[in-house]
Design a protein around this ligand. Structure first.
Ligand SMILES: NC(=O)c1ccc[n+]([C@@H]2O[C@H](COP(=O)([O-])OP(=O)(O)OC[C@H]3O[C@@H](n4cnc5c(N)ncnc54)[C@H](OP(=O)(O)O)[C@@H]3O)[C@@H](O)[C@H]2O)c1
Length: 240
């Protein structure tokens, strides 16, 4: 339970690898009083007394609604859940590999949770003096930056996520003018999601802790005037 008058920050963060690293990074901040970290199928190991964990299926509207009933106020929400492969689904190299199962699984896990989190956290973020709502997107969700093709369902679900965030930023510029909305690209990060693809990449690989540190720096420095934009781990802006 969070006290409405508390001057310190209360955050909600989702996801296991980058999510757990973000929770620990924010818990080190003296301005942060508590971090609620939600998990899906595997309870995370945490090492900070500021972090509370709770199980939550972020595709379940009622479950998300019920979870937010536990809060009086929030200062920040970061969604770091997502899906790229698993249960027989792989990113598609060619249009011939696309199928409804893959498409809907990507949309369900990469796009829907942000809609539900924003829907149910809106009333809790409105009293924050410097709130933020961020979701981990992916650079491959940028339409303008798409030079390689492939990964149809993942790209489409992250592009849809980006549209959700841009649209939310417009609505909240009136409804929650002190709350900054951001899409974040974490870099290529060592995690179960990226593991099958990282041995072939020339890209710089980050530990989850390194990525979390970069993302926190971005979030700490954003202002509401910069709401509705897409940021890479190094603070550069990515075109939608
Ligand atoms: N790693 C990278 O290089 C990279 C690059 C660009 C963008 N990203 C993005 O960063 C985000 C975090 O990815 P990660 O690398 O940290 O991978 P990860 O460890 O696989 O995290 C993804 C998380 O999503 C959770 N999840 C899946 N379905 C869920 C549901 N219905 N409800 C709640 N949680 C659910 C998973 O929980 P369970 O495992 O318990 O189901 C897992 O904790 C993702 O959005 C990903 O697309 C990652």
């Amino acid at each position: 339970m969070m006290l409405k008058d508390s001057p310190k920050k209360h955050l909600l963060i989702t996801g296991s690898t980058i999510g757990v690293a973000l929770a620990h990074r924010f818990a080190q901040d003296d301005q942060v009083e508590s971090v609620t970290l939600t998990w899906h199928s595997r309870p995370p190991a945490t090492t900070s007394a500021k972090i509370n964990t709770m199980q939550l299926d972020l595709t379940n509207d009622e479950a998300v609604h019920n979870t937010f009933k536990n809060f009086e106020k929030l200062d920040g929400v970061i969604n770091a859940v997502g899906f790229l492969h698993g249960d027989g689904v792989q990113p598609e190299k060619s249009i011939s590999r696309t199928n409804p199962t893959s498409f809907f699984k990507n949309m369900e896990t990469n796009t829907l949770p942000t809609l539900l989190l924003a829907k149910h956290s809106r009333g809790l973020l409105k009293d924050s003096h410097a709130g933020f709502f961020a979701s981990i997107s992916a650079k491959v969700g940028s339409i303008e930056d798409n030079r390689l093709g492939g990964w149809y369902s993942y790209r489409a679900s992250k592009a849809a996520l980006n549209m959700v965030l841009k649209t939310l930023a417009i609505e909240w510029s009136f409804a929650l003018p002190k709350c900054t909305v951001a899409a974040l690209h974490p870099g290529t990060v060592i995690s179960p999601l990226s593991r099958p693809f990282t041995n072939k990449t020339n890209k710089r690989l980050f530990s989850p802790e390194e990525s979390a540190s970069h993302l926190k720096t971005i979030l700490d420095n954003l202002t509401p005037q910069q709401s509705g934009r897409f940021w890479s781990w190094d603070g550069t802006e990515i075109p939608w």
